[in-house]
Design a protein around this ligand. Sequence first.
Ligand code: FMN
Length: 204
Amino acid sequence: MMSEPLLTDLDAVLATAWAALEAGARQAKHPFHTPVVATGGADDCDARVVVLRRASPERRELAFHTDARAPKVRLLQACHTTAWAFYDPAAKVQVRAKGTTRVHIGDAVAEQAWARTKLMSRRCYLAETAPSAPAEEPTSGLPAAFIERSPTALESEAGFVNFAACVTTVARLEWLHLAARGHQRAAFAWDADAAQWRGTWLTP
Ligand SMILES: Cc1cc2nc3c(=O)[nH]c(=O)nc-3n(C[C@H](O)[C@H](O)[C@H](O)COP(=O)(O)O)c2cc1C
């Protein structure tokens, strides 16, 4: 049986998990680039794939971008906890993260995130109708002028009012490694009083 090296140090596990999240934010082809983000309410829940735009171990933050008019914005604002799930099939590693999410619209955080977006990405925020609005026929919602081309920098600025940067401050992070010699699982909870992570191994 092939044996893979197993991690035995909780600090190393935590560092590995955050390094993978940072790589996911940086590299479009990294499997952590497109996680699932879940929201829950008193009587409903939902989950969707997003693009991981930023991961910051120092600030314990994960961020994605969305349209301020999208239904998920109301869900993110209403629910106390947002859950993220990532899976890397080659490494056989799942990372789950939970925390509270702040939706930034029109503020300094949104401005900073907007400044880093490409013109092609900004095009989505120029859609004339809100995401999830019913339509009589198939539609991208984009103005006709931007179906075949990206907006110019000047044209793209009209999209900023519809741009939302959603930032989760992670309070709990869980790592699961599927291994032939037995799976490994560890969980980390942020201890706000001590300002440090508290880790523990879990039975997978
Ligand atoms: C690969 C992929 C990446 C996506 N990235 C985003 C994203 O970064 N932000 C976003 O709002 N929707 C993204 N979507 C679309 C969402 O999964 C979802 O369909 C849409 O945002 C509507 O979600 P809502 O009804 O919860 O608002 C992505 C979908 C896929 C398949």
